[in-house]
Structure formats: C-alpha cells, structure tokens
Design a protein around this ligand. Structure first.
Ligand code: SF4
Length: 430
C-alpha cells in the first residue's frame, strides 16, 4: 500500500467488449485499494485510465480520438492506456498527447502497480509483453452496475480466425480454476450480486490448459447460493455442446439466453474465415436450443462483406440466416486488420457493397427481433429490476433477455418479480 502526497483521483474509460468492462472495474478496484479515489463528476482527475479495443479500424480510431479529447480536457492528468490497441500499436499510443503509461494485455491487470510507480517517479513507461509469451491468467469478478456482475473465467484464443486480431492482442487461451471462480461468485453473492455474466474471449475453451472443462465450471457455479442468474456472454457453436444445452434447460440459475457467433451463413466463407464448423452444425445447435427452450433468446454475430464473399454466397448466407429460428443479429462490417491472414485473400468487397450487406442484415435482424418479442406477449416471466430510472420508469430483463419496464419502485431494485409481458411493458429499444 502506498501513501500518496495528496488525494489522488482517477477517471476510467472503456471501449469494446464486456471483458474489457470487467477488467477496467478490476483496475479501478486495485487502484482504490491503494487509496486512489474515483473522481467525482466535474472533478479534474490526476489519472485517466483508458482501456482500448482494436477489433476494427474504427475501434482504433475511437481510441485515438478519446485519448486526444481527454488530453485536451485534462492537460495535467497522466493518461494510462491499456487494452488491445495498446498491445498491438504501443508506439502509436505512446505518441498521443498526455499518455504516460502504455500497458499491454499482460500488464493490464497490474496497472495499479505501474500507476503506483509512476506517481513516485513521474517516469513514462511503455510495457508490452509479446502476446505469445503471455501465460498468466488474472481472474476477476466485478460489479458492472447494481444488478449485474462480470466473472472473467478465460482469456486469449487459439483459434486464429483469419479476420481476427484477438489472438495477437490477448495471447493464447488460458483460464482460471473452478474452485477459485466459484469462490469469487460466492463473494459477489455476499456483496449482493444476483446476476453474473460469465465472460472471456473464447469461454467454451475454458480449462483446455488445466484439464477442467466449461461444462464442469457451469455445473459448479450453479450451486452458489444467492446467485439467481447466470448468463453465458458468448460461446462458439462448436463448443456449445448438446450436453451443455440440455443441462442449461434444466439448471437452477442459467438463463435461457445464448449468444453464438455465426459470422457467415455460407460454408465456403466460413472456411475462408477458418471457422471450426459448418452451417449445418450451427443450425443443429440453434434448433436444439429451440426444442428444449422454445422461449430462449438467441443472439447471433454475423460479419457482412468478408474478403472473398461473392454475391452468390452472400445471397445464400442471407437465406440461411433468415431460416434460422434466432432472436436477433449483431451485425459487423468486415474490417481489414493489419497482421491478419484475411488480408492475403483475394476479392475484397467494395465499401459501398459492404454497407449494403450490413443494411440488409440489419433489416433481417429487425424482423427477427419483432417476431421474437411478439411471440412473448402474454408470457409470464421473471424480471430482475435495475436501478436506473427513465421518465419515472424502471427497467429490467426477463430471464430470456427481454428488456421490460414498470413504474419505478425503489424497493424492487435488484429483486426478481414475475411480469406478464405486453406490448406496453416491453421496451421498444431493446
Ligand atoms: S474464436 Fe476466432 S473470432 Fe473469436 S476471438 Fe478467437 S480468433 Fe477471434
């Protein structure tokens, strides 16, 4: 524990995925244990932590412009940049105004120690362990808001999909130990957690480095008293086994809510992407979920305009996606990333055509979401209510991930009650 010459304050900014949000919370917790207070609204912070993303070129751009804005707003503050952009382009990040510490993925969760040393020495540092050498796993279980917690169970990825930079930014797959992770869930329950989102990069790979398995993990987590809901943030279709699906359907606390990356509805494009399944397997998984959990919410990631995706494959992909009984699509335009194998594929899709494909998928997604929500009218579902108030109303999520609203009642925050779903209490903006 350090004692600083004066009251040090920090402000936190996160770009990107749920995993980044939970890691920023972990950095904040470690700094607060060292006496660094979170800056109040309107207060000028001494330290600004920016946890970046690099999943697309736009994500890099957002990181740069956020850092520039923060440097202009707080010219005296020391900016600490970590996350995937810092790992992949540390020199570029270090050259941005106000940046004093650049910390790679291996250093991210030691940020408090680096800040501590910086506050004593005022020496700028750029510390980035090459991704292939990152071997340690730093678990965390952090509060996202008053109702939802994020349990990080795994990091890194060995899949090397041809379009993806994550294996280069976060390193090889590694994970926590079941006993430690259930202990963290138990502690979170002690602090009032009701819902935990299980996060990681490729969480179905949990335990591949230590002889444990994702299935064992979720069965153990399900026994933690006080945690009434778990959600699996996202799981690869080839790792979402029939056993896991059947077990979730009858589990105590795992919600009927799945997020599965499809990425393309064309088998040839899936091969170009180096994905580990064919569309037939994806369909089997989704139909299995629908059979055993007809009310489940199924969200699906899709990339539009991948390199080499022909008009014909695109049409085939749209037909496949339209025929899937899923609830919503998360649509991403294909983004060229330096260092990825996809850059060597021929036939890039022109920008305007990529944009058209994105719009087409968004239209398919809107239809699917409307159909799913309509199918829920009249259903009685449990809702975990949240603390935020919009126009006198509070919001919450059903077990199957429908955002609903009711008049604000402070006594219901972080509590579960049942609600009959109607067009009036389902929130239009899901
Ligand atoms: S599974 Fe593929 S897309 Fe997902 S993180 Fe790993 S390499 Fe990237």
């Amino acid at each position: 524990m350090s004692t600083y010459p004066h009251n040090i304050t920090a402000e936190y900014h996160t770009l990107g995925c749920k995993l980044n949000f939970s890691e920023t919370s972990a950095i904040g917790r470690a700094l607060s244990e060292r006496g660094v207070r979170r800056a109040a609204d309107g207060e000028t912070p001494d330290i600004v932590v920016v946890n970046t993303c690099s999943v697309t070129e736009t994500a890099d751009k957002k990181g740069r412009s956020l850092i520039r804005r923060l440097a202009a707003r707080y010219p005296q503050a020391a900016i600490v940049v970590t996350g995937c952009y810092a790992q992949l382009k540390p020199g570029e990040v270090a050259a941005l105004p106000g940046v004093e510490l650049v910390l790679g993925s291996g250093e991210k969760l030691k940020a408090a120690e680096y800040v501590d040393r910086f506050l004593q020495s005022r020496q700028s540092v750029m510390s980035v362990t090459p991704a292939r050498q990152i071997a340690t796993f730093e678990p965390s279980c952090e509060r996202g808001d008053r109702t939802r917690w994020f349990l990080k169970v795994q990091d890194g990825c060995d899949y090397f999909c041809t379009y993806c930079t994550i294996p280069y930014a976060r390193g090889r797959s590694r994970s926590g130990i079941i006993a430690d992770l259930t202990d963290r869930a138990r502690k979170a329950a002690g602090e009032g957690a009701k819902e935990i989102v299980i996060t990681g990069v490729n969480i179905g790979e949990f335990g591949s480095n230590n002889g444990q398995s994702f299935f064992d993990l979720i069965r153990e987590l399900d026994t933690v008293p006080g945690i009434e809901r778990y959600r699996i943030s996202s799981i690869e279709p080839n790792l979402l086994t029939d056993d896991i699906i059947d077990w979730v359907a009858q589990s105590r606390a795992f919600m009927p809510h799945f997020h599965i990356p499809l990425q393309s509805g064309s088998d040839r494009v899936l091969k170009l992407m180096n994905r580990r399944y064919a569309t037939s397997l994806f369909r089997e998984r989704v139909e299995h979920i629908r059979r055993v959990m007809p009310h489940a919410f199924i969200g699906v990631d899709v990339i539009a305009g991948a390199r080499g995706e022909t008009e014909q494959e695109w049409a085939e992909a749209c037909r496949f996606i339209e025929s899937l009984p899923v609830s919503r699509l998360h649509v991403f335009p294909y983004s060229e990333r330096p260092g990825t194998a996809a850059l060597h594929l021929p036939d890039p899709v022109p920008q305007a055509e990529k944009h058209r494909r994105v719009e087409q998928l968004i239209a398919i997604s809107d239809t699917k979401l409307r159909q799913f929500l309509d199918s829920q009218h009249g259903a009685e579902r449990p809702v975990l209510w949240e603390h935020t108030v919009h126009d006198g109303m509070m919001q919450g999520f059903t077990d199957n991930y429908v955002r609903v609203q009711a008049p604000f009642d402070a006594g219901m925050v972080n509590r579960i009650s049942t609600l009959v779903l109607t067009p009036d209490n389902i929130v239009a903006e899901q």
